[in-house]
Design a protein around this ligand. Structure first.
Ligand code: AN0
Ligand code: CP
Length: 317
């Protein structure tokens, strides 16, 4: 694998999921693959899971890791091309990316959207510029539009928890007090559509429809109860409005995933990428129930990241 920005970079999805499960069963099976190789993790935004699980994954492969919170510890970065840099930004992204890639064999980058302009955010400039100016392969740790390491861990979790040839997976919008990116739902939809054992249904309020590039052929309904009927998996996530880009438009608390909502499903499992605001997005009762996969899902982040790093280190996969 050359880079990991979306499901489109994966030559064989089933093989990648298998690799993650193989590493989970024996985490040190490939401990020589990354020997004397350096992974750099560059964060423009906060993270708990991605930061820790990716470091753990790298260590399983024998890699060394450097982490930089570039927003807090680095020079202020200019991203626009051709500007006169006489303001507060001391370093251009093109120089930073080229320099970092001299120190690192693989670079992971996290860069959230600003949620002001859809056009600007969906251009995914930071991630694309890292790809352009780095000499090392780039792994997305969540960009403005996608979170592929999360989606791979989600698919691994779904396959681990059901052997049904076709699983009904419902991506449901849920309330949140703040405007959040669309990266997680975009990416989740894209990965579920690429998996042949998933029937994806998306439910969200009007004005929250995902871009067709990500939603694909998934069924969409604004009727959450209808969507939840017979679901094998319920994947909750808030995202900000797509129609009024980046805004919190719907504040309807009835979208919260509660035990009553889960009762509509086929004894469905509950999933969320975390961090989650308890009793806003979903109730404690759901999150702490036997059907909740939230902690298992976060655990799989390590093995998803290891499978991706392994595929890049071995290149031909
Ligand atoms: C981020 C988001 O929604 O994209 C990160 C999720 C992994 N969540 C928050 O900002 C709360
Ligand atoms: N799910 C996820 O990516 O969590 P962090 O933002 O804590 O890394």
């Amino acid at each position: 694998m050359e880079k990991f920005l979306s499901v489109n970079d994966v030559p064989n999805l089933d093989e990648l999921v298998k690799s993650a499960l193989e590493i989970k069963a024996n985490p040190v099976a490939y401990s020589e693959v990354g020997k004397h190789k350096m992974l750099g993790l560059i964060f423009f935004n906060p993270s708990l899971r991605t930061r820790l699980s990716t470091q753990r994954a790298a260590r399983h492969l024998g890699m060394d890791v450097m982490v930089m919170n570039i927003d807090k510890e680095g020079w202020k970065i200019e991203t626009q091309d051709g500007v006169i840099m006489d303001g507060d930004k001391a370093e251009h992204l093109k120089d930073a990316a080229a320099v970092i890639s001299q120190y690192c064999d693989i670079i992971g980058v996290r860069s959230f959207p600003n949620l002001n302009s859809k056009e600007e955010d969906y251009a995914d400039a930071v991630m694309k510029d890292f790809v352009k100016f780095s000499h090392s392969p780039i792994v997305s740790l969540e960009s403005a539009t996608r979170h592929p390491l999360q989606s791979l861990a989600d698919l691994v979790t779904i396959r681990e928890n059901s052997s049904k040839p076709k699983k009904k997976v419902v991506l449901t919008w849920a309330p949140h007090p703040r405007a959040l990116p669309q990266a997680v739902p975009n990416s989740f939809a894209e990965w579920m559509n690429a998996a042949d054992d998933v029937e994806l249904v998306i439910t969200a309020p009007e004005g929250y429809e995902l871009d067709p590039e990500f939603a694909g052929d998934a069924t969409f309904t604004t009727n959450q109860d209808e969507a939840l009927k017979d679901a094998d998996f319920v994947y909750a996530k808030n995202w900000s409005s797509t129609k009024e880009y980046g805004k919190v438009v719907c504040t309807d608390k009835s979208w919260e995933v509660t035990a009553e909502k889960m009762a509509l499903t086929n004894d469905g499992k509950f999933m969320h990428c975390l961090p989650i605001r308890r009793n806003v997005v979903a109730s404690d009762e759901v999150l702490d129930s036997d059907n909740s996969l939230i902690i298992a899902e976060a655990n799989n982040r390590t093995f998803a990241a290891a499978a991706v790093l392994r595929a890049i280190l071995e290149k031909d996969q």
